[in-house]
Ligand binder design. Structure first.
Ligand code: FPP
Length: 245
């Protein structure tokens, strides 16, 4: 009978987070360092996301949520916003080529108001086409804000109370979970923010109650799967108690 000795720095593939969330930050600085337009940084950021998805497709991570565009990002110069929207359209159009073979489901979370009809149609099409894929689900947070998400859930619940469908006394955390954009998705176990910023920027405010946070100086286009693996190794060393002992 042989013994399997695991190297202390080896990733335990059986103990990975079920849900990873990433703030894909630092594209602008990545481009600036190379004398390129900010939009070139976003293009490289999208390419890096493909690498990360391919890497996760070979693990048993079930959900990846990425912050692509916040409700506050409309304040950026029109040229940059337009380039980001075009990039998202391209990503959704190429989706099958990029990820089709990977059994990856794609969902978009956020407010649809404000997005172009072309983008909304593409989102509907891709969500419908990929809805039975099971290996990995990617949630793209687009026109997303955590406070807006909670506000939207409150409005739905208030309406249901008004219609007599929900009794105020029965409202609990599960009720909120049922009406946020990520309903039926487990909370993120690990939230990663590259690029040196140490804040959440209105991302998954309700869902992050017991998430582990991992920050890095590396800019998102350089945050390749080997860097993610470092975050996963650190995650495996954390002692998650969820308020217990
Ligand atoms: C933040 O970096 C990044 C964004 C606002 C956009 C993220 C979008 C992508 C990575 C590409 C599109 C996404 C998909 C799903 C195809 P920043 O511009 O704020 O960088 P900076 O802090 O260096 O200025």
């Amino acid at each position: 009978m042989g013994f399997f000795v695991r190297h202390k720095n080896a990733l335990d593939k059986q103990n990975l987070p079920e849900h990873i969330a990433i703030i894909m930050d630092g594209n602008g600085r990545w481009a600036k360092k190379r004398g390129l337009m900010r939009s070139a940084g976003h293009t490289m950021g999208a390419k890096n996301l493909e690498k990360i998805v391919k890497y996760l497709g070979d693990t048993n991570v079930k959900y990846l949520t990425v912050y692509a565009f916040s409700t506050e990002n409309w304040k950026r110069p029109k040229e940059e916003v337009d380039a980001l929207m075009k990039l998202l359209e391209k990503y959704l159009r190429d989706y099958d080529n990029l990820l089709g073979g990977e059994d990856v489901r794609l969902k978009v979370i956020g407010r649809k108001e404000g997005l172009s009809k072309t983008l909304i149609d593409l989102i509907d099409e891709v969500e419908e086409k990929s809805k039975n894929r099971k290996k990995l689900t990617i949630n793209i947070a687009l026109n997303y804000g955590g406070r807006q998400e909670i506000t939207d859930a409150v409005k739905i619940i208030a309406n249901k109370v008004k219609q007599g469908e929900i009794d105020v006394c029965d409202i609990n955390e599960d009720t909120i979970n049922d009406y946020i954009y990520t309903a039926s998705v487990p909370d993120p176990d690990l939230i990663i923010r590259p690029s040196g910023e140490l804040r959440l920027s209105n991302f998954l405010l309700w869902q992050c109650a017991y998430s582990e946070f991992w920050f890095s100086e590396i800019l998102w286009p350089d945050f390749t799967p080997d860097k993610l693996e470092k975050a996963l190794l650190d995650f495996q060393k954390r002692n998650r108690r969820f308020g217990g002992v």
